[in-house]
Design a protein around this ligand. Structure first.
Ligand code: 1GP
Length: 243
């Protein structure tokens, strides 16, 4: 069980690193390189997802990863069209920072029978968008307003409510390609307020930014865009995970 392994690792201080792959943006050569570097660096997870569905690469990308390594593959879907039985599990995101009912529960209702019949491990995830300086794709696509970057108290109360509602993970996301990553003080405040594993992503472009997120309390850091541009970053970011 992926979630149980996460909790067990966390209790011994293990931090995780997830590489986010947007199938729309990955040609076979880039995918092979990223998978190879990820295996060498002992990356903990692949997240698969994007905001659009431009091509039919989705299942092909997951199959390639599964044929070439044992790193768990988790769906991080931008919409219902990105579901696939080929992955190990799914971050079932409820966008708790927003007030768009479709993102809180609507799409989940539509997907529920598919997910129930699948072999996917379901990871209920309280998903929080944090303002990153300019509008990100996910803000636009989700039709929600992010939590302002300086409002740690709103972030804390939102994460606490997510935990009380039974979410298993909290994911604070500045959005793909964000100008500014989630502020360290906000990560620390949320970390101190909840007992759930905390995932941080969006705008992490260097090992130093990843280290700041880990040091502030992130249990897992997710990197997408920067790795697409420079896959060798995988090695550097894996190196700051610590134990
Ligand atoms: C986006 O958190 C992820 O939802 C990763 O963001 O692409 O900016 O690394 P980046």
């Amino acid at each position: 069980m992926i979630y149980q392994a996460l909790l067990t690792g966390r209790s011994s201080g293990k931090k995780s690193f997830a590489v986010l792959i947007d199938p729309d943006k990955y040609q076979p050569e880039l995918l092979s390189r990223v998978v190879k570097l990820s295996v060498e660096a002992c990356v903990d997870f692949f997240f698969i997802g994007g905001s659009l569905l431009i091509n039919d690469n989705h299942d092909r990308v997951i199959s390639h990863i599964r044929e070439h390594c044992r790193i768990p593959v988790l769906l991080f879907p931008g919409n219902n069209l990105q579901l696939s039985n080929k992955a190990h599990g799914i971050l079932l995101l409820s966008l708790i920072s927003g007030r768009n009912p479709e993102m809180l529960i609507g799409r989940h209702v539509i997907s529920a029978p598919y997910l129930k019949a699948s072999n996917l491990e379901i990871l209920p995830t309280g998903y929080m968008l944090i303002d990153s300086g300019s509008m990100t794709t996910v803000n636009y696509m989700s039709n929600t307003t992010p939590i302002p970057a300086g409002k740690d108290d709103i972030a804390v109360c939102t994460a606490m409510a997510g935990e009380m509602l039974g979410m298993k993970l909290i994911y604070m996301d500045a959005g793909s390609g964000a100008q500014n990553a989630v502020p360290p003080t906000m990560i620390r405040s949320v970390k101190n307020a909840i007992g759930l594993p905390l995932i941080i992503g969006g705008g992490i472009t260097t090992p130093s930014l990843a280290k700041t997120a880990f040091d502030s309390g992130a249990d897992m850091v997710v990197v997408g865009n920067a790795i697409e541009k420079d896959p060798s970053l995988i090695t550097g970011i894996a190196g700051v995970r610590g134990t």
